[in-house]
Design a protein around this ligand. Structure first.
Ligand SMILES: *[C@@H]1O[C@H](CO)[C@@H](O)[C@H](O)[C@H]1NC(C)=O
Ligand SMILES: *[C@@H]1O[C@H](CO)[C@@H](O)[C@H](O)[C@H]1NC(C)=O
Ligand SMILES: *[C@@H]1O[C@H](CO)[C@@H](O)[C@H](O)[C@H]1NC(C)=O
Ligand SMILES: *[C@@H]1O[C@H](CO)[C@@H](O)[C@H](O)[C@H]1NC(C)=O
Length: 506
């Protein structure tokens, strides 16, 4: 994109355009959720819903970027293009390691990318396949597309196949079948399909909201399914996990992401009853369309999620790009007396870049004191571990200058973690980007509260405890708002450990 140089000089801040330091955004123009996340050899592939020609939703293709460390991304040419009046909507990728599809060779098995074909002319959506025989560098469309037509979907979809989308595909060893999970727009249901050759598909079951005991009735409009098996740490057991982005009913409003556990026999998913306190993978406004990387080698073994951070369409005050990828986070499943719960943490690659700006150890903070006020930075990784008296409130302000600040707060009496964007910067571009998001967080067995805060040019992602609660929100502060402040009111806190790192990628 060519921007007039004089305009850049005349408008301080426009040159930077809120581009993050360590979060992925498109080189230019629009992105929405990630697609087809897959690791091939040592390369992390990120595909994403991308309009390469305008800064708004529309003309959707699969954009592509690659990384060796989930931090430094290299922009690549479009992977799956809009062509002949068919756009490439969301989907997933899988390694056909045994060349079951026949699209590769025994010596060079293919990578398969399943996506929804969208006809803007009449709104029809069908399911399509592209494949790569060069380790994910280029993708060819399968000549027999669509692999599932709107007519084949119609008996299983209230809209006659118009709104059937977002294929999640994987190979299920016990049944020897390929499985596809499809979302049905506006219908609060998924359908399951199976295939012997990864090419011809047959419907086998539906999962509807009525099948999920305890799911709140306002959680509606299921989209972007992800599904995989996962160990329940410390138990020797595994379970199936199904991740869904609903359009309504999330804690902060708008799209959100919830996760179900359950069993799967190759035909139908039987969800465990929902515990609503453990349902949501994020309590902020800006985390949806979450998918996880497939084909991560067993020696790594992590299940890593990424989502789109942007609940405001084309409204945010960025000019050259819209839509940011959440920082990649690990997902694990733990078990305690009260049940199973997910924990998430930023990937450890983050601590390999940047440098320490401040540390505090074993120091009590009391009302009237302000710590960390000499720290400045707009890209930070902050870790706090503390104990706190019963009526105290600990407040960490970031992206602070003058009246501007984003406040991460732990309220001891209500055992609540929150993010306050009221004074965070530009919140006037849309009705949703202000206010306070909160989630319950109890101290650990030794009375310690842990909070990890990732700050970047236009975001905060706050992980509480071991990562059992996360709050992700976009913020649009002034570039000059780079201050930090740590304070307590109503009581005191014993800061066991505070570490502030400045994150830079060079
Ligand atoms: C892989 O697919 C190719 C192309 O159809 C086919 O010639 C070959 O026999 C297949 N190999 C295996 C092991 O299935
Ligand atoms: C939608 O448009 C495409 C392209 O013109 C056409 O092939 C398809 O049959 C249409 N579908 C419906 C349901 O009208
Ligand atoms: C906030 O962002 C919107 C959208 O870019 C812009 O129109 C508005 O002027 C901005 N407000 C402030 C106070 O900068
Ligand atoms: C801080 O205090 C704890 C608990 O008394 C102790 O285990 C730890 O070693 C102390 N850390 C430092 C750096 O003194």
């Amino acid at each position: 994109m060519i921007l007039p140089v004089l305009a850049l000089l005349a408008a301080p801040g426009l040159a930077a355009d809120y581009r993050p330091v360590y979060h992925f955004v498109p080189e230019q123009n629009w992105m929405n959720e990630p697609n087809g996340l897959i690791k091939i050899d040592s390369t992390w592939h990120l595909f994403y819903q991308h309009n390469p020609t305008a800064n708004v939703w529309g003309n959707l293709n699969w954009g592509h970027a690659t990384s060796d460390d989930l931090l430094h991304w290299t922009h690549q040419p479009l992977a799956i293009t809009a062509e002949d009046g068919v756009e490439a909507f969301t989907g997933t990728a899988y390694y056909d390691s045994e060349n079951i599809s026949g699209l590769g060779t025994a010596g060079n098995p293919p990578y398969l990318a399943y996506y929804t074909g969208y006809f803007p002319s009449n709104g029809t959506q069908d399911q399509r396949l592209a494949y790569s025989v060069d380790a994910g560098e280029t993708w060819a469309k399968f000549p027999g597309n669509p692999i599932i037509s709107a007519a084949q979907e119609a008996p299983h979809d209230e809209t006659g196949g118009l709104e059937t989308r977002d294929p999640k595909v994987f190979f299920h060893e016990p049944s020897g079948k390929w499985i596809m999970v499809l979302a049905h727009g506006g219908q609060n249901k998924l359908s399951f399909w199976t295939s012997s050759d990864a090419l011809k598909w047959a419907w086998v079951s539906d999962l509807t909201a009525e099948d999920v005991s305890g799911l709140p009735s306002d959680v509606k409009g299921w989209e972007v399914p992800d599904m995989f098996q996962m160990a329940v740490e410390g138990t020797g057991e595994t379970t199936w996990v199904l991740i869904i982005t609903p359009a309504q009913g999330s804690p902060a409003g708008g799209n959100g992401v919830f996760a179900l556990t359950g069993s799967f026999d190759g035909t139908s998913f039987q969800p465990d009853p929902v515990d609503t306190s453990m349902l949501w993978l994020d309590h902020g406004r800006d985390f949806d369309g979450a998918l996880s990387w497939e084909n991560v080698e067993a020696s790594d073994g992590r299940r890593i999620l990424a989502a789109i951070a942007n609940s405001y369409g084309a409204s945010p005050p960025t000019n050259t790009w819209k839509g940011m990828l959440s920082f990649p986070r690990t997902l694990a499943l733990h078990e305690s007396g009260s049940g199973r719960y997910f924990v998430q943490q930023p990937v450890d690659e983050l601590i390999t870049v940047g440098s320490s700006l401040a540390t505090i150890q074993n120091r009590t903070i009391t009302p009237g004191e302000t710590l960390l006020s000499s720290v400045h930075g707009t890209a930070l990784d902050i870790q706090l571990t503390f104990s706190i008296t019963t009526d105290a409130v600990l407040e960490l302000a970031v992206r602070k200058a003058g009246a501007e600040q984003t406040v991460i707060q732990y309220d001891s009496s209500s055992e609540t973690l929150s993010v306050d964007r009221t004074a965070s910067g530009n919140t006037s571009f849309d009705p949703a980007p202000g206010g306070i998001h909160s989630a319950p967080l109890v101290p650990d067995a030794s009375g310690l509260v842990r909070i990890r805060v990732l700050v970047d040019t236009c975001s905060v992602e706050v992980f509480g405890g071991q990562g059992e609660v996360v709050i992700s929100d976009l913020i649009f502060p002034d570039e000059a708002s780079d201050g930090v402040a740590l304070q307590v009111t109503g009581g005191s806190a014993m800061l066991r450990s505070v570490q502030v790192r400045g994150v830079s990628l060079n």
